[in-house]
Design a binder for this molecule. Structure first.
Ligand code: GTP
Length: 257
């Protein structure tokens, strides 16, 4: 019974959103422009392996078919495919960036969105520094389900994980079911660090998404280092499990004892 009510609600919402197509104001993102101006960020060639200074785990979640794999492929290889092949379980890939003089490795965990794998995904959240939660702007159900993804994350991830909300398939403007403002509001209400609309097909904002991720995680890293230097007895808890600076620090400490 409960399921039926929810379904009806979704149908009504879909109709409501379809009636008010609105142009997206793409100049809004002053925050992102500040990051681009503040840091000199360069994407490194994906086919090489680099020595890196910082390593962050990023998990991409969201309903099946919203474009998670395509976002990762576009960011790493500048590639897009119309073919839809379900991710089975998980794919892990690497993206290297240079932020000022620091080489950053993003270990990207591209998860499957199919419901049958949901219980499996729970085990992937551990040690993630940042989660990219994706819906597609032409699919109201994928937007409504963001709620569920956030709940899952809260239960299974580190409390200080950073969240970015992505409305993908922005090229499908004529099929839009979720307005830009709705995504923006949801991100604000849940305390996401950023909201962005992307198109994995045209590449629009894909690089900007990872520029934002780099800037958020680098800032967090600096804050962590500062907190560590203020108090060597600090119990400051972070999701930066793979961070080499921290590993170094731990090694130093264990030598002392
Ligand atoms: P699961 O692996 O099932 O969780 O799906 P996913 O979220 O990884 O979706 P995937 O990246 O495989 O893309 C699903 C379909 O959407 C494919 O047919 C893609 O070509 C298409 N697609 C992905 N991103 C975009 C986009 O930005 N615009 C358009 N028009 N199509 C897209």
């Amino acid at each position: 019974m409960e399921k039926k009510i929810n379904k009806d609600k979704k149908i009504n919402q879909t109709n409501k959103y379809k009636k008010i197509p609105k142009k997206v104001d793409k100049d809004k993102d002053k925050n992102l422009n500040n990051d681009i101006n503040q840091y000199n960020i360069e994407f490194l060639n994906y086919s090489k392996d680099y020595k890196y200074d910082l390593n962050f785990k990023i998990i991409i979640i969201g309903n099946s078919g919203v474009g998670k794999t395509c976002i990762a492929n576009q960011a790493i290889k500048n590639e897009f495919s119309e073919n839809y092949i379900n991710t089975i379980g998980l794919e892990i890939c690497s993206l290297f960036l240079k932020l000022n003089n620091i080489t950053i490795k993003f270990q990207i965990w591209d998860t499957c969105g199919q419901e049958i794998y949901r219980s499996l995904i729970k085990s992937f959240y551990r040690n993630s520094s940042l989660a990219i939660i994706v819906y597609s702007i032409n699919n109201i159900n994928s937007f409504d389900d963001i709620d569920l993804w956030i709940k899952e994350l809260k239960i299974n991830s580190s409390p200080d994980i950073k969240l970015i909300l992505v409305g993908n398939k922005s090229d499908l403007e004529e099929k839009r079911e979720v307005q830009y403002e709705e995504g923006e509001k949801l991100a604000k209400d849940y305390g996401f660090v950023h909201f962005i609309e992307t198109s994995a097909k045209t590449g629009e904002n894909i690089k900007n998404l990872f520029i934002k991720a780099a800037s958020v995680l680098y800032t967090k890293h600096i804050q962590y280092k500062e907190a560590e230097s203020v108090s060597s007895h600090s119990t400051f808890h972070t999701a930066f499990g793979d961070n080499f600076e921290i590993n170094k620090l731990k090694r130093k400490k264990s030598k002392c004892c």
